[in-house]
Each structure stands twice: as structure tokens, then as C-alpha cells.
Write a protein that binds this ligand. Sequence first.
Ligand code: SF4
Ligand code: SF4
Length: 425
Amino acid sequence: MTDYREMWSGLGLDLQTHDAVLEIVGKMYGEVYMSQKNRPKGMEYFDFVMSEIHGLRIKELMDAKAEGRKIIGTFCVFVPEELILAVNGISVGLCAGAELAFDAAEQFIPRNTCALIKSAFGFKLAKVCPYIESADLIVGENTCDGKKKAYESYKDLVGNLYVMDLPQVKSSEGKVLLKAEYQKFAKKLEELSGNKITKESLQKGIEIVNSKRKAIKRLSDLRTANPTPISGLDALLINQVYFYDDPIRFTNSVNALCDELELRIKTGVGVFSNKTPRILVSGCPMAVPNWKIPQIIETSNATIVGEEMCTGERGTRNFVANENLSTEEMINAIVDRYFNIDCAIFTPNNERYENIKQMAKQYKADGVIYYSLQFCQPYQNESISIEKMLEKEGIPVLNIDTDYSSEDIGQLKTRIEAFIERIKS
Ligand code: SF4
Ligand code: SF4
């Protein structure tokens, strides 16, 4: 096994705490992932990526930096990877899904802040995230109130934060704002990297990201089969790795896995029996290693067939048009694509309601488990009307509010099992 301690130390990580984090996550991964039955062989690649997520992948980033490439850390699917690739940069996700140093984080942000935001502070303060430490630029965005106020103090902690403004209404003025922000961001990237965005480089960036999204769409379409050829836990993992891995290698690996899944479907091979209740999970993003709810669902005789979340279809649906377009037209096409993201920060947010209904139908879901992080006002707010809408359509809904702790696992399991019984009857 390669020893990466020198690299981690060079990045300023606290080696003792970092060792402890790797041990806990490694153990958790073994319990949650390696205990699954009937996994496709193609998942071995993603197991490998996870085993090297703080090792080989960071080494690759450091090598790329040595060649002059810039690492751009992001917290939101509104940050266009196409622009980052167009300046030969590398985009990495920084959201974390574990409770770490929350006490220290509460010296900067209120206690009643969602766990996703708190963990961004916790991971920085505990010095355990090589992605944060290797980033040349960290991009924040004015989305929910929690994030936009948190960035005011996060900027002093990291020293290289760039905040992008975002519209909150899907109006023509909102679209003009998004375009202006993307143009500003493009300029910032050009300054940072010393590379100009050209027609060719932007076209290439768009192609790479479109291919990545097409591979994910292919995977999602295969999950409409019954029995489902892949578990929801594995599909979530792929959606999480989406934010870290080299995009071309990732796309090839997802497509290779899809080839295998197509064969499984042809021969009727599935992960669970075809009588297993099918669940659509909807709500806040689930960052690594937040596997709590999917694990409970899939060890309670149900399977997840789709994710209506940013670590899922909200983040990956829709492609950017790029055929025979000028640079300006490609920027417009990027704005068009991202302006469709139906994050709950938008008001009104009718597209999201339609998308959930459509997903429930497409994936033949027997029920929806709506997942909100505690103190996440946008998603908690929408949970009430979404539940009413879906129940009216005859789709059972279970609304869950939780955080990153393990304290409520027993209670959640009881509620989820009761919900699955309700679906069955
Ligand atoms: S939920 Fe909204 S704010 Fe969070 S990553 Fe998704 S789009 Fe961004
Ligand atoms: S989970 Fe909710 S409160 Fe937390 S960052 Fe995302 S939108 Fe904001």
C-alpha cells in the first residue's frame, strides 16, 4: 500500500485526526457497501476509487497542479464544470456527509445550521480534507440563506473563496443574472489559470460533461427495469464519485458498468427480487459518507430506484447544446441548461413538482421517501406541499427530517419499515 502521509502532511492535514476519519469511513464502507449481495462486477472500479479517494486521486491532483493545472472546489451543482474544463482546470466537490468538529463549526455559524454546511466548516477546522487543502479556488454560491451567510465567515477560514451570486426566481431577469455571473466566473477562471476560454476548449469541456451526464442517464434508465440490476446504494455511490473522479475515466467506467447491467436485465438478474417495493428518494443532497437513509431502506426489504437530489438526477439531468455554436452561443446554452435546475431555493419551483411526479412514474416507484436535513428551510418547506401533491396522485410519501448523527437510526428504521409495510398492503 502506498504511503501518502508525506503528501497529506504537505497539505497541512492533521494526520492523527485524518487517520481516525479514514479508519471510521473505511469501516463504515465495509459494513454498508461490501456487505451487499449480488453487486455488479463493474462496482469494483468505484470501490477502488473510494479506497483511494484521499490517496491516489489526491496524488493525481497534486501531479496536475505541478503541471500548472488549477483545482476548483465546489459546493453546488450550479457551478459549471464546462467552464472549469475549458481553462484546463479540474473540478472537485467539497461537500461532506459526516459529523466532524461541529462544536468548532458552531463558533462560526449558528447551531441551527444544516449538517451539510456545518461539515464544510468542520472538515476545514479539523484539517482532514485534502480536497479543500489542494483547491486553488473554492467556489461558494448564494443559494439558501444558510450557505450565503456562512460564506461570509468561511472566506476568512479558507482565504481563497469566490462567491457566485445566483437568481432565486426563474424570470428573464433571473436568467440575465445567471449569465452575468457565469461570465464573471469564466473571467475569474481565465485569470487564475492564465488560459483563455476558446471555442474549441469550451466545446471540449461541454462534450466531456455531456458524456458524463449521458452515462449517468444511461444508468438511470437501466434502473427502470424490474428486478433492478443495481442497488440504490451503489447508484448513489456513483453519483457521489461523479464529483471527484477524472470525468473521462468516470464516464468510461459508468458505461462499462451499464454494459454489464444491460446483460443482467436481459437474463433477468437483479439485486433484489422483482416483488421488492421500489422507492424514489427526494430532497437534500447526500454527500460521502452519508449513506444512512439508503442503507436503512435497502436493509428493510425495499430498493431505491431513483434519487431526486443533487447527488442524483437534479444534478445530472439535461445536456448543454454545443453543435456548431459560437463561444457566446455556447455560454448561452450553458446558462439554459443550468437555469433548469430545480433547487428548492427557487420560488415558485413548479418544475420540481413536475419532475418528482415524472420520476416516480418513470422509475415505477411504489413510494417516495422525502429526505430533509434538519434546519434546511428550502427543502423542508417544499416537503409539505410535495407530500400533499404525491399522496393526491396515489403515491405514498414518508417525510423524514434527519442529520448526520447515528442517534436516530433506530427510530428511522421503525418508521421506514412501517412505511414499506404500508406500501406492500
Ligand atoms: S440543493 Fe441547491 S444549493 Fe444545494 S447543491 Fe443542490 S442546487 Fe446547490
Ligand atoms: S441542505 Fe438545505 S440548508 Fe443545507 S446547504 Fe443545502 S439548501 Fe442550504
